[in-house]
Design a protein around this ligand. Sequence first.
Ligand SMILES: Cc1cc2nc3c(=O)[nH]c(=O)nc-3n(C[C@H](O)[C@H](O)[C@H](O)COP(=O)(O)OP(=O)(O)OC[C@H]3O[C@@H](n4cnc5c(N)ncnc54)[C@H](O)[C@@H]3O)c2cc1C
Length: 524
Amino acid sequence: MSTATDPTVPVRAHSRAELSRGTHDLLVIGGGILGTAVAWTAAQTGLRVAMVDAGDFAGATSSASSKLVHGGLRYLQTGNLKLVAENHRERRTLARDVAPHLVRPLSFLVPVYKDGPHGSAKLGAGVFLYSALSAFGDGMGKVIGPEHALELVPALRQEGLRRAAVYGDHQMNDSRVAVTTVRAAVEAGAVVLNHAEVVGLRKDAGGRVTGAELRDRLDGAEFGVNARVVLNATGPWVDHLRRMEDPTAEPSIRLSKGVHLVLRQQQPWRAALTIPIDKYRVSFAIPWEEHLLLGTTDEAYEGDPGKVSPTEADIAQILDEAGSAVDPAQLRREDITYAFAGLRVLPGGAGATSEAKRETVVTEGRGGMLSVAGGKWTTYRHIGRTVLDKLAKAGVVALEEDMATPLRRVALPGSANPEAVAHRLLGEATAEDGVDPVVARHLASHYGNLAYDLAALVRTDRELGERIHPDGPDIWAQVAYARDHEWAMTVDDVLRRRTTVTIRGLDTPEVRSRVESLLAAGPN
Ligand SMILES: Cc1cc2nc3c(=O)[nH]c(=O)nc-3n(C[C@H](O)[C@H](O)[C@H](O)COP(=O)(O)OP(=O)(O)OC[C@H]3O[C@@H](n4cnc5c(N)ncnc54)[C@H](O)[C@@H]3O)c2cc1C
C-alpha cells in the first residue's frame, strides 16, 4: 500500500507559523459547525480568518447530533411558525444548492397508538401545516393507515397501531458535512488547525481581547494568535472561555445531555420514525448509514463537557422508548454497534430541559469577545451570517469597512448529484479495477464529485481500493485522503468522523493499527 502523499493540507508546523504571523482580522475559537460557519462566511468577505479547535473539527456536539436537517416539527407546538418556515427554507437550500451530495430527503412517520400522547386528527393537522410551511416542497403531510405504514417501516410495532402521520425532512452524516465545510472555509482563505487548544487569552492594556495563547495537543508546542476580533464558539465550553475573558462572568447557559445508539438493521426501512414519548418529547428511529439510529435522551448535565458519555441507564431508556413503536425483536442489545453522547447548549434558566428553547445564545463580554453557542445544525449558514453581522458591528473594531458582501449560496466542495457520481464511477470501472456498486454509492454520497479524487488514488495503488473492513463500504483510499486533505490526525479522526467505520462497530484493533501506520507515514 502506498505511503506517498500529495498534501493540499499544510503540515501542522506550517499552519502554526501561519496562525502566528501578523494579526488576523478574526480568530474563531472552536471548530464545531457554528465556528466553522462563521469562519467560512467571514473568509468569503475577504477577512483574514483563523480557526482553531482543541480537539478534532466537529469532534464534540457537531458529530453527536440526530443528523437531521429539519424544520423542527416540535416547534409547531410552541406556535413558532416563522421559525419552522425559516428552517424549512434553509433545509431545502442545503439539500438543493449547497450540499446536494451530502443532504438526503427522508420521509418520517409519526405512529399513532391506542394509548399514545397525541391523536391522529391533531397529528394529521400538524404534519399538513408543517408541509404547508415549506410550500409542500416535499409533498403534502398526511395520515396513512397501518398497512401502508408497515410497508414503509417493516419493523413498526403493530399492536395498538391506529394510523401514522407522514411528513418530509432531510438527513446527513454530520461529521462529513462539517469537515467539508471546514474545507470550504479553507478554500475561501481561512487558516485552520485542529488539536490546538486555547489555554489563555491575549489582552491589551485596556483589557480588550486581542488574541489567544495556544497549546498544540499533539506535540505540546505553544504558540499565539493575534486578532482584531475574537469569537468564542466553543459550544458546551462557552462559559469556560468567557471566564478566561472575565473571571467574574456569570454562567450564560445550561447543558442537556443527548445520547444516541447505532444498531445493525435487520431489514431496510423506507422511512424514519418520530416517536412521541410525552406531550413535548419525541424519540427518533432513523435509517442511517444502512443502520438504525435511535435517540435521543434529554437530561440536565453539570459535569465536565469533555467527559460526557452514554451510560447503561441512557442505553436502557433509548431501547425502551424505541420499543414503544419498533418491534422489540429488532432492538437487540447485541446489535448495538456504537453509542455516543452530545450536549445541547440551552439558554440559562429554570424548568425542564426538554421544554427549553433551542436558541442561539450570543453574549458580548467585558473584553469585547463575542460568544456564541446553541442553535441548530440545520441553520448553520444562517447563524454564521448573523454572528458575522454582529461581529462586524460589535463596535470596538471596525471590521465592517474591510468586508465585501459574501455570496448568498456557495456550494460545498464536491457538490454534485450523488447518483450521477456513482453512475460515472461505475461506468468508468474496467473489469480490472472494477468498483463495487456499494462502495461507489458510498463514496458518491459522502464526497460528491471529490470521489473522483479517491478513484484516482485507487488507480495509483490498487490496495487503496480495498475495503477497510469487509462488512463496511469504506475503503483505504479514504484514510489516505483524510490524512492528506481533511486534517485527520488521530485514528478516531479517521474512523469516527471522516469514515463510517466506528459507527458501524468495525474499528477492530487490526484496523486501528493499520490506520495508525498510514497516519504515521503522512507528512504531519
Ligand atoms: C443530542 C443532540 C442532537 C441534536 N440533533 C440535531 C439535529 O438533528 N439537527 C439539528 O439541526 N441540530 C441538532 N442538534 C444541535 C446541533 O448539533 C448543535 O447546535 C451544533 O452542533 C452546535 O455546534 P457548535 O459548533 O456550537 O458546538 P460544538 O460542535 O460542540 O463545537 C465546539 C468546539 O469548541 C472546541 N473547544 C472547546 N474548548 C476549546 C478551547 N479551549 N480551545 C479551542 N477549541 C475549544 C471543542 O473542541 C468543540 O469542537 C443536536 C444537538 C444535540 C446535543
